[in-house]
Design a binder for this molecule. Structure first.
Ligand SMILES: [Zn+2]
Length: 406
């Protein structure tokens, strides 16, 4: 027995040793595998996903506040500024920084003239920054600042300002709360005028509270480009007065005047009376004021903003006679010495078209026909021009059209 025990002892020890060695080896392999895995993960996070996590961290640590860019001016051909900017403020609240919400709500309601419900909703909303009101005048902004309440931000901002309020209102157009163009040139050239907004970046901790003694990073805004237009302030003002006179005298629904430079087609004046106040574009003007507060208010507001000169069609009527005459003279289809006879009507195909003088202008020469604005003669010229064009376009045509004259 004794002998047997002696023999068994080293065997057990040997077995234990092998067992431990195997355990250590397994643990080492597990640990090393884990380490390699962790290192791999770290490399993945730090190298391949670095951009993504940097952005997330920046978003969490930095709060952005926009600084509006000054919109470009609109300047007429005489150098008169028709649209410029006024310094105003934008009031915002930062939820996490508010220490006395009731006082903040009270001050904002009374200073900004907003309902308690609106302000409360924004103050109590858990967000990084909440805009309360833009286009607040500087005095009100300073008064709000003087309360020294935590969590209220007053940022400098610009508001569109039109020095001549209703001059060329439908041509210039106006801007909305975010300084974006709504109608007219303001929306047509919005990309040129708007500029690029800047940014104020502040560092915050995980609770969204600004870290003290860290500098604010400012990305300065880039001002918009100025827009130079062919409109002439003096001609526009004169045309507006003339339109107003006609509007009253004729009890008209509206009066349009369009003054163009005949050499190049530049628009010197475009009046669409009654105009509206560009500094208060949502209030109905005098012509439509009776619809304020009614269901049709929106409809009439759109009507008030509509620029008839460019948005509506209008039969050119006798104004087109200048073009008919020029075309016929240029094509040598009529000479100034030519004589005509107007019996008061003319047959075109199967239609009998009357002259505006139904008894007829009788015998008249070309110059008199122009003076009389005789429909008859202009129809003849128009037909002649049309036939001449057809003949020119049709090379195989051998038949000449005979233009009958009276
Ligand atoms: Zn006639």
């Amino acid at each position: 027995m004794k002998k047997k025990k002696d023999i068994e002892k080293p065997n057990i020890m040997e077995r234990n040793k092998t067992f431990h060695r195997r355990k250590i080896w397994i643990i080492s392999v597990v640990v090393i595998t884990c380490l390699i895995g962790l290192m791999g993960r770290l490399v993945y996070l730090m190298v391949f996903r670095s951009e993504y996590y940097t952005k997330l961290a920046t978003d969490l640590q930095q709060r952005e506040r926009e600084i509006k860019a000054a919109r470009g001016k609109i300047i007429d051909s005489t150098g008169t500024v028709l649209a410029s900017n006024e310094s105003v403020c934008t009031i915002s609240v930062i939820h996490n920084q508010i220490t006395d919400p009731e006082k903040v709500i009270e001050v904002l309601c009374s200073e900004l003239g907003l309902s308690e419900e609106t302000v409360r909703k924004r103050v109590e909303k858990v967000s990084s920054i909440e805009k309360i009101k833009s286009n607040v005048d500087k005095e009100t902004g300073n008064r709000i600042l003087s309360y020294g309440l935590d969590g209220i931000k007053v940022d400098e901002d610009y508001k569109r300002y039109y020095p001549f309020s209703d001059l060329a209102s439908k041509v210039l157009g106006f801007t909305g709360g975010d300084n974006q163009g709504i109608i007219g040139l303001e929306v047509m050239y919005d990309d040129y005028l708007k500029g690029e907004n800047g940014m104020i970046l502040t560092t915050t901790d995980a609770r969204g509270i600004e870290v003290e003694d860290t500098p604010e990073v400012r990305q300065e805004p880039i001002s918009g480009n100025d827009l130079y237009i062919s409109l002439d302030y003096n001609i526009q003002s004169y045309c507006m007065q003339a339109a107003e006179k006609a509007y009253i005298a004729k009890e008209a629904d509206g009066v349009c005047i369009l003054a163009m430079n005949p050499q190049n087609g530049e628009i010197l004046a475009m009046v669409d009376y009654p105009e509206f106040d560009l500094n208060d574009p949502f209030t109905l003007n005098e012509a439509y004021s009776e619809y304020t507060g009614t269901e049709q208010e929106d409809e009439y507001r759109n009507k008030m903003w509509r620029n008839w000169c460019v948005s509506d069609t209008y039969e050119p009527g006798s104004t087109f006679k200048i073009i008919t005459t020029s075309a016929a003279l240029e094509e040598d289809l009529v000479s100034v010495e030519e004589n005509f006879y107007c019996p008061g009507y003319i047959m075109v195909e199967d239609r009998r078209i009357r002259c505006h003088k139904t008894t007829g202008h009788g015998s008249e020469n070309f110059a008199q026909a122009i003076q009389n604005s005789c429909n008859q003669v202009f129809i003849i010229m128009n037909l002649a021009t049309d036939v001449s064009r057809k003949v020119k376009n049709c090379k195989s045509c051998t038949n000449m059209y005979v233009i009958s004259r009276f």
